[in-house]
Design a protein around this ligand. Structure first.
Ligand SMILES: *Cc1c(COP(=O)(O)O)cnc(C)c1O
Length: 827
């Protein structure tokens, strides 16, 4: 392997000199980082070009296009070095040049073009598509500002802009040649030409969509490097040119420029709620129209008729944000390619598939007709016609069911229902966990389920076990590979081979050591960042995710308040020392959730400085939870808090990442927790609280009185009272929380679940003290975690929805032509 290292060093030094005109030791860390990325990117391109020369077959492979407004990809460098199998070589080579790879990794921006679970899911899916050799491209927006960075100041969240492109982003490639024009506003003129109605979009506002591609590289699969294509909005001409074009109105030109640039300026920071702003609709149409035009152009290069389109192209829409794919594809087929309605509609429906992500009513997208009409007049006409034909067809099929038509129509009360458009215009509708899909079929989309039962299916979410275990937890990965070999990296189900070790004491002790080591790593980070010492031998009880009422961080902190009350009263109480860790961002306008952060930080301040506790409890709120931090946190967890109100969390993916890193889930029977429990068995998980059907019965029929819960449980009454009785300070900060629990009858059943939650927590705390039993259950969680890999999920999408082949038998490292290629490239 020595030759490999030396050739890497040589290539790296040459690349650095080429870019900077000097030797690496004179450069900054950022320059060294950039040179490494440029070098790797070039090597990838060489092998990709070689591959595409081999692809001379006239028959185009079926392509999958994954449309999503969010891709939370995080950092790429370290992960790609692992996927290329050259991380050790690069690390050692750089070391000999006096460069620490970790310093270069630290220079990379964590690309946060997403809010949370939905955006991370699309990143994991691109990862698995590349690994499995599926030609799958991501399509999204190149936001100038990603998700805000969070600081905690005096216990409150403060948002700072995420200027991630400040220094340039060396992974991306601007593809100016593939620029397209997207048309907004204006009017549609209709004319009959040779007896055919023809539509002319006039006086429109033109917006240039310029694509930037980020290579998506899967583990050990250089043969298939996919792209994440992100679109940037630019004005069509230099201001002044455009002014002279258009009556020389200077202020109009300036307004035009900023209106256009606004489209790809910033990611909306609302997680699970519908912003409803005109700019958001412009974002949605912008990336949809731009993405589709790329698809059509590529298709036409290889095919001369659209009749086979749906056999060569699958378009997947991640939630309803890209649902304008339906009318836009219709527009292209009819207005630009001259197909008739029926043929265009058939192809469109057969091409598009749709994932629903939420049942929260506030998250369902609805657009006022007026906004759609003024921003996208031709698209609006097509939506109207889809709606008209849908109503007509339903009326023929079910003349007696007026209600059904009204409930499922696309346009109603002056609003366009995007989920209805997506269901009607696609061939597949999937939920993201078994329970969630069941709720879609029986509640949220039940009318559609009676009309199109064959469209509905479940695809339980998955996560990249290579990012969140192989990369994030190198010590555990090494322990696993030493015991069962490396198959699990390519075949996550092979993690089951760990199960025999559940009775192997020596192995369980090693497993506990790895966990302890990861907790030390996180403890050091906390000490560096916050100057608070936490004990790595205490239980790490962790809840990290977006802060939202339905996720019930409130329930967790009320539990901590209760424990603190009891510990102060009885210092001899037999509870194992615990460090409670929180992290997560709040949408800037979401005051209620912001007050929950303040409650957590207020309790943290109090508990962490109380000498009487003797360090038995600590509470930490880690600021700026993002993918990089996630990769340090999941491996360090003992307890994974997954405590949403049953029925409200569609799937969750954090639960899977914790599990794969050997944490025990403390959770409700919600989302994929249901499947996690089935996989590990009741004895390896801690479940509490109301069931989904109980919650939904309360929502439907009433009967819950939070006041009674409060009155009937003194420990609970005490913590609720403490929110407003001055024990947390004199301000009225937590009155809103208090009112939500009592006056507003506790929509998320926090008080109802409090008793079973605290009881179950206490049992888990006792359980932890039986070290071997605990470690054995942690191991069961890892061993059973393979099914929650995004590889499994993507294979199901490929088989059932997209109908594309994938490499089932992934060759071992020796046969990897791609790896050989990169080795040769460095020689
Ligand atoms: C996995 C992940 C999420 C989703 O977490 P949930 O617990 O499923 O809500 C959110 N943010 C980041 C950075 C993640 O990695």
């Amino acid at each position: 392997m020595i030759w490999l290292k030396d050739s890497f060093k040589k290539a790296y030094v040459e690349k650095f000199i080429e870019i900077q005109g000097s030797m690496p030791n004179t450069g900054t860390s950022w320059e060294k980082y950039r040179a490494l990325v440029v070098l790797i990117k070039e090597k990838m391109k060489i092998s990709q070009a070689a591959e595409s020369m081999n692809d001379s077959s006239p028959d185009q492979e079926k392509q999958v296009y994954y449309f999503s407004l969010e891709f939370l990809i995080g950092k790429l460098l370290s992960y790609y070095l692992i996927n290329l199998g050259i991380k050790d070589v690069v690390q050692e080579g750089l070391e000999e040049l006096g460069i620490d790879l970790e310093d270069l990794i630290a220079e990379e921006n964590d690309a946060a073009l997403g809010n949370g679970g939905l955006g991370r899911l699309s990143a994991c899916y691109l990862d698995s598509m590349a690994f499995l050799g599926i030609p799958g491209q991501g399509n999204g927006i190149r936001y100038k500002y990603g998700l805000f960075q969070q600081k905690i100041v005096n216990g409150f969240q403060v948002e700072l802009p995420d200027n991630w492109l400040k220094n340039e982003y060396p992974w991306e490639m601007r593809k100016s040649d593939n620029t397209v024009v997207v048309k907004f506003k204006g009017h549609v003129r209709t004319e009959s030409i040779k007896g055919k109605l023809t539509f002319f979009h006039e006086d429109y506002e033109p917006v240039l969509a310029v694509p930037y591609d980020i290579p998506m590289l899967g583990y050990g699969n250089l043969n298939r490097i996919n792209n994440l294509r992100l679109w940037s909005a630019e004005p069509i001409k230099d201001d002044l040119d455009w002014v002279s074009f258009n009556q020389g109105d200077y202020s109009k030109a300036v307004a035009y420029r900023s209106e256009v640039e606004a489209i790809s300026y910033i990611l909306y920071p609302e997680d699970s709620s519908h912003a409803g702003r005109e700019l958001r609709l412009r974002q949605e149409y912008f990336f949809t129209a731009a993405g589709l035009s790329t698809i059509i152009r590529y298709f036409k290069k290889k095919n001369n008729s659209f009749s086979g389109f749906a056999r060569k192209v699958a378009i997947h829409i991640n939630d309803t944000h890209p649902a304008l794919c339906v009318p836009e594809l219709m527009r292209i087929f009819m207005d630009e390619e001259d197909l008739g309605w029926d043929e265009a509609w058939n192809i469109t429906v057969n091409t598009i598939s749709f994932t629903n992500h939420t049942i929260l009513p506030e998250a369902l997208e609805k657009w006022p007709v007026e906004i759609m009409k003024s921003q996208c007049p031709r698209i609006y006409m097509i939506i109207e016609e889809i709606d008209r034909r849908y109503r007509e067809e339903m009326h023929h099929m079910h003349p007696e069911k007026r209600d059904l038509i009204e409930h499922t129509a696309i346009i109603r009360d002056g609003q366009i229902h995007m989920a209805h458009l997506a269901v009607i215009g696609s061939n597949s509708v999937n939920g993201v966990a078994e329970l969630h899909t069941k709720i879609l079929k029986t509640q949220v989309l039940k009318d559609f389920y009676t009309i199109y039962p064959y469209k509905f299916n479940n695809k339980t979410n998955g996560v990249s076990h290579r990012r969140f275990l192989l990369e994030a937890n190198p010590d555990l990965s090494r322990l696993i590979s030493e015991s069962i070999g490396e198959d699990w990296i390519r075949q996550s189900e092979s993690l089951e081979k760990l199960l025999p070790y559940t009775s192997d004491t020596a192995f369980l002790e090693k497993l506990a050591d790895v966990k302890y080591h990861n907790k030390c790593r996180l403890a050091n980070y906390i000490n560096d960042k916050m100057n608070i010492q936490v004990d790595p031998s205490s239980i790490f009880d962790i809840q990290v995710k977006r802060i939202h009422a339905y996720k019930r961080q409130l329930l967790n902190i009320l539990k901590i308040m209760d424990l603190y009350n009891r510990w102060r009263e009885d210092p001899s109480m037999d509870i194992y020392p615990t460090t409670f860790i929180f992290g997560g961002k709040v949408a800037p306008g979401y005051q209620y959730a912001k007050s929950i952060i303040k409650l957590i930080t207020t309790m943290a301040q109090r508990i962490n400085t109380d000498p009487a506790l003797g360090g038995k409890m600590k509470v930490i709120f880690l600021e700026n939870f993002n993918v990089s931090l996630a990769e340090m946190i999941y491996p360090a967890a003992d307890i994974s808090e997954q405590i949403s109100t049953a029925s409200q969390e569609a799937s969750g993916t954090g639960n899977m990442k914790f599990m794969l890193n050997g944490a025990i889930t403390l959770g409700t029977l919600d989302g994929a927790n249901v499947e996690i429990r089935r996989a590990v068995g009741d004895e390896n998980i801690a479940i509490f609280g109301l069931k989904a059907n109980e919650v939904m019965n309360y929502y439907q029929w009433g009967g819950y009185k939070s006041w009674e819960e409060y009155q009937n449980f003194p420990r609970l009454k005490r913590v609720v009272d403490q929110l407003v009785d001055g024990s947390l300070g004199s301000s009225n900060e937590f009155a809103g929380i208090y009112e939500s629990l009592l006056r507003d009858n506790d929509q998320y059943f926090v008080l109802k679940d409090f008793r079973s939650y605290t009881d179950t927590w206490q049992k888990v705390n006792l359980w932890y003290q039986h070290k071997l039993s605990w470690a054995s259950s942690c191991l069961v969680n890892i061993g059973k975690g393979g099914v929650f890999s995004s590889d499994r999920a993507i294979k199901e999408y490929a088989d059932d929805i997209w109908h594309v082949p994938y490499q089932n038998e992934i060759p071992g490292p020796q046969e990897q032509s791609g790896i050989n290629q990169i080795k040769h490239a460095y020689k």
